[in-house]
Design a protein around this ligand. Structure first.
Ligand code: FES
Length: 571
């Protein structure tokens, strides 16, 4: 892999703006100097954009201004010229109907901000779930040298004598609260102690998964993803990233040279060993699509079958991201599975995956299991087919109940989330532990926006009987912090006329995870008859970004990117 600088220094992209021998070259320099810069910033220094998704509307990214300052130190020290700019920020907790509705909008913002401005290299600051894939999608399409610096996970939650993982434990405790086993006072205490700092959720949810997969793709410095947000080493790594991007510009080390087909295989393999969020499937497919790299769902299942699950982190395991960091973080995990990885893949530091991880130490073998002592012999996420999901569905087997992985039972159907919410706590709900809850109209077009509604709450009547899991199926996504025997991302979705749309209460559903099937047990004739009667729901938007989304979003198996944003002329 060549990362050697060319013999002749490459002309910098920014020089097209600042060295243009017209009035506009002068004007661009003069107007930028109004910010107080000296003329020597234009003497050939690489201009480094710092794409900052800081926002007070996104607590996970609320510390990124400080991270940006550390990046700037590094850029100046290496002879670059840093210019920070804002992107929209997608806060998982506050945005309605779902931050996922806006992932593609943020990716367009990042891409066009890079393309439109005099930038030679970019440092991407992100953290909360969708901000990482959006940054990578935009940077992939712009294809200017880029390095990613995530903000890192928040501190572990601490309530009384219990350590709490944001997301996962909150959901479990909420079930105790709604069934009267926690008082209002205790619930308020938990509210104040579960999320103790800036930074993203501290379990292996979507944020931790995607920042670690960015590292596995080679887009961060090694060991960067797991450093806790308030840890001083977060800022030191940010400074190193600022230094490194200046060198990357000189080496012309672009995203397309790092995020290759082999790098995506590495990311999927790491995802399986991490027990990563099911959302990783959608995001990796979307990022790869920007580079013209096809990632069929079958690849995820093929890799899942050969990859052991090793990271003992909630929601599938026991520990939190702080524990993963002190145990050696991603380099230690990658060392365990190095024979399953493309070790020659290049990363942003100019070294290969093998060079970065071959000697990485592990300091806690219960957090990062040895290869011969896995938590599960296969990876976390499995891909299902079958007549209920002709274009695929996903299930996180490591967060599911083993006794439900082969199951058949009668469907209890909710036509949409409103019906589910209205009925789920009904003491007369006709449900048994064998029932299969089915929820429709929660997919990319149906919800719309593909929200994380797939973790349908357990019916109260079953919780009261001590039943804490059952098979649940929808075309929604699920938070990576969630758990349970939950089939997600059913494609095609019900609002697009997929077979999920025609399931009726009482139909038998068969879940067969060992054989990767989810089936609606009706005859082919009956299925054809019902599908012939399908009528799509009325569109939720008739103008604006919502209409753009409805008109152009692709289905889950294609990454839910807009059709016109995928690489042109490539698969
Ligand atoms: Fe931002 Fe969980 S809410 S990562």
């Amino acid at each position: 892999m060549g990362t050697t600088p060319p013999d002749n220094p490459r002309k910098l992209r920014s020089q097209d703006w600042f060295r243009e021998p017209t009035y506009y070259g002068f004007a661009r320099r003069a107007w930028l100097r109004s910010e107080g810069f000296n003329a020597d910033v234009f003497d050939g220094k690489p201009v480094i954009g710092i794409a900052n998704s800081w926002s007070e509307l996104n607590n996970c990214n609320a510390h990124l201004r400080q991270v940006a300052e550390a990046v700037k130190r590094g850029v100046w020290a290496a002879g670059g010229f840093p210019l920070e700019f804002p992107t929209i920020s997608l806060g998982e907790m506050l945005m309605r109907p779902t931050a996922m509705l806006f992932r593609n909008l943020m990716a367009m913002d990042v891409e066009e901000s890079i393309r439109a401005n005099p930038l030679d290299g970019v440092v991407l600051l992100c953290g909360c779930d969708k901000t990482t894939p959006a940054m990578l999608m935009g940077a992939a399409s712009a294809d200017v040298p880029s390095i990613l610096v995530p903000g890192g996970p928040m501190l572990s939650g601490q309530w009384r004598d219990r350590q709490l993982g944001a997301g996962t434990d909150g959901r479990k405790l909420f079930d105790l609260f709604r069934t009267g086993r926690l008082t209002e006072e205790e619930w308020c205490e938990i509210e104040g102690s579960i999320a103790r700092s800036a930074g993203h959720c501290t379990v292996m949810g979507t944020a931790s998964t995607m920042t670690n997969l960015a590292e596995a793709l080679g887009m961060t410095l090694p060991g960067c993803a797991a450093i806790p947000a308030p840890d001083s080493r977060r800022l030191a790594t940010a400074e190193s990233s600022g230094r490194r991007i200046v060198e990357m510009v000189r080496e012309d080390l672009r995203p397309s040279r790092i995020m290759t087909a082999r790098a995506f295989e590495n990311a999927i393999t790491v995802d399986m060993a991490l027990g990563g969020s099911t959302n990783a499937v959608v995001h990796l497919v979307a990022i790869a699509g920007r580079l013209g790299i096809p990632l069929p769902l079958e690849d995820f299942d093929r890799i899942s079958r050969r990859t052991p699950y090793l990271a003992n982190i909630k929601p599938s395991g026991q520990y939190l991201m702080e524990d993963f960091f002190r145990a050696g973080a991603l380099p230690a995990l990658m060392r365990e599975i190095l024979d399953l990885l493309a070790g020659e893949a290049i990363t942003v530091n100019g070294r290969t995956v093998a060079e970065n991880s071959a000697q990485a130490p592990c300091w806690d073998r219960d957090v990062i299991r040895a290869r011969d002592n896995p938590l599960h012999p296969e990876g976390g996420t499995v891909i299902l087919g079958g007549n209920l999901a002709p274009d695929g569905a996903v299930l996180k087997q490591t967060a599911a109940s083993p006794h439900l992985l082969s199951h058949r039972g009668p469907a209890l159907v909710f036509e949409n989330i409103r019906e589910m919410r209205a009925r789920i706590d009904d003491p007369d709900l006709p449900v048994t532990p064998a029932s299969v809850l089915v929820m429709k109209n929660c997919g990319p077009k149906g919800a719309p926006g593909f929200p994380e509604w797939g973790h349908i709450p357990m019916p109260r009547v079953l919780l009261d009987r001590g039943v804490d899991d059952m098979v649940r199926i929808s075309d929604a996504r699920m938070s990576g912090t969630s758990f349970g025997t939950v089939v997600l991302h059913v494609a095609p979705e019900s609002a697009a006329g997929g077979p999920l749309a025609i399931v009726r209460t009482g139909d038998e559903i068969v879940l067969d995870v060992p054989n990767r099937r989810v089936e609606l047990n009706i005859t082919a004739e009956e299925m054809a008859r019902r599908l012939g009667q399908f009528a799509p729901p009325p569109p939720a938007y008739d103008r604006g970004y919502g209409k753009l989304f409805l008109d152009h979003v692709t289905q889950a198996n294609l990454g839910c990117d807009f059709d016109f944003l995928r690489a042109v002329g490539k698969p």
